[in-house]
Design a protein around this ligand. Structure first.
Ligand SMILES: Nc1ncnc2c1ncn2[C@@H]1O[C@H](COP(=O)(O)OP(=O)(O)OP(=O)(O)O)[C@@H](O)[C@H]1O
Ligand SMILES: CC(C)(CO)[C@@H](O)C(=O)NCCC(=O)O
Ligand SMILES: [K+]
Length: 249
């Protein structure tokens, strides 16, 4: 069995898959290295044969996590590294090493699944969009604050915006104009995300007409689902690309 990790800025997504057929044995989302070790150990400690990682954290943090994994599960972790081209996709950044690895792998996964032009919208701590043309040329993309960052900026830089997580969740049962602070902020930020997604769609249409596939991924994908009904929701898109960039056997 193989342990797969997607280390984002706020959370680590993990899953354990069978080596032969990629059937998923278990997985989860945690907010610390220690929580990761505990959850994985509870599932599959003795049977891991490999580990692959994508990380947008610092090299030091990623190395430290690899060392913990080597110690806990006696497997060597393989970390995905930037590439100028891979699996038919050409990195569109002026300096290919600067493109976030989560974006690069999601683009690889999307092009592999779409077999044509595609737009990837990934909504996590940051909101990201990336464009890959039918010939595999990555055209670049966009990065904005995601839902958690928009929310915390408002809370941090105002005196009178204060509310708890439970009321935040309740506020999102509708998107009509808010009649309380929590509704106004939570709904406003969701509309920002939806506006971001719709604008990316417009860009894709201007480039490619109707000949493209839209992918939606990241923890906050459900918040824009209705704004982009044609999108394929693929929560594990980064893992699809990770398997391509880090084959293990
Ligand atoms: N089980 C969950 N645990 C934590 N966050 C979740 C969960 N389910 C959905 N979310 C949402 O996902 C968002 C975080 O998304 P994601 O995990 O894709 O971020 P990230 O990978 O840390 O960020 P980035 O990809 O920008 O580095 C949070 O805003 C939260 O609302
Ligand atoms: C944009 C984030 C933070 C999203 O996780 C990540 O992809 C990253 O650190 N990227 C490096 C900067 C860039 O992609 O241009
Ligand atoms: K991510």
């Amino acid at each position: 069995m193989i342990l797969e990790l997607d280390c984002g800025n706020s959370f680590i997504k993990w899953r354990v898959i069978h080596t032969a057929d990629a059937v998923i044995e278990g997985g989860g989302i945690v907010d610390s290295d220690q929580a990761l070790l505990a959850e994985v150990a509870a599932l599959a400690s003795v049977r891991l044969t490999g580990c692959r990682i994508v990380s947008v954290r610092s090299e030091e943090e990623t190395d430290a996590l690899c060392a913990l994994i080597a110690q806990a599960f006696t497997v060597q972790a393989h970390v995905a590294h930037p590439a100028q081209r891979m699996a038919g996709v050409r990195n569109g950044y002026d300096d290919y090493q600067r493109l976030g690895m989560d974006r690069w792998l999601a683009a690889l996964g999307a092009f592999h699944l779409a077999k044509g032009a595609c737009l990837v919208i990934d909504l996590g701590t940051a909101a990201k969009a990336d464009f890959v043309a039918a010939d595999g040329e990555h055209l670049g993309g966009y990065i904005c604050p995601g839902m958690p960052l928009m929310r915390s900026q408002l809370r941090t830089h105002t005196r009178r915006i204060r509310y708890d997580d439970d009321s935040a969740e309740r506020a999102l049962t509708s998107l009509s104009p808010g009649r309380s602070t929590v509704e106004a902020v939570e709904r406003g930020c969701v509309l920002m995300l939806q506006g971001f997604a719709r604008t990316q769609l417009e860009q894709a249409r201007a480039l490619w007409g109707d000949e493209f596939t839209v992918f939606l991924t990241g923890g906050d994908a459900p918040l824009v689902r209705e704004a982009v009904p044609q999108a394929r929701v693929v929560p594990d898109l980064v893992f699809v690309g990770l398997a391509m960039a880090c084959p293990l056997d």
